[in-house]
Design a binder for this molecule. Structure first.
Ligand SMILES: [Zn+2]
Length: 61
């Protein structure tokens, strides 16, 4: 049985994302930016859960 692959190509722009994951050049920490409110969080839990503490929403894929 072949399982469905969740991985998507890096340059797949067919989906509209509501968040942006990146890495801080200063601290080397992963960070998440909410594209709705523009808030950047360095909170690891926010990054893992794709959560915006400002919008109080979990970003979907
Ligand atoms: Zn937000």
């Amino acid at each position: 049985m072949q399982e469905h692959q969740q991985l998507k190509p890096v340059h797949a722009d067919s989906q509209i994302k509501t968040y942006s994951l990146s890495r801080s050049e200063k601290t080397g920490q992963d960070q998440i930016m909410c594209l709705k409110c523009g808030r950047v969080s360095h909170n690891l839990n926010d990054v893992i859960n794709k959560y915006c503490g400002h919008c109080h929403v979990f970003h979907e894929n």
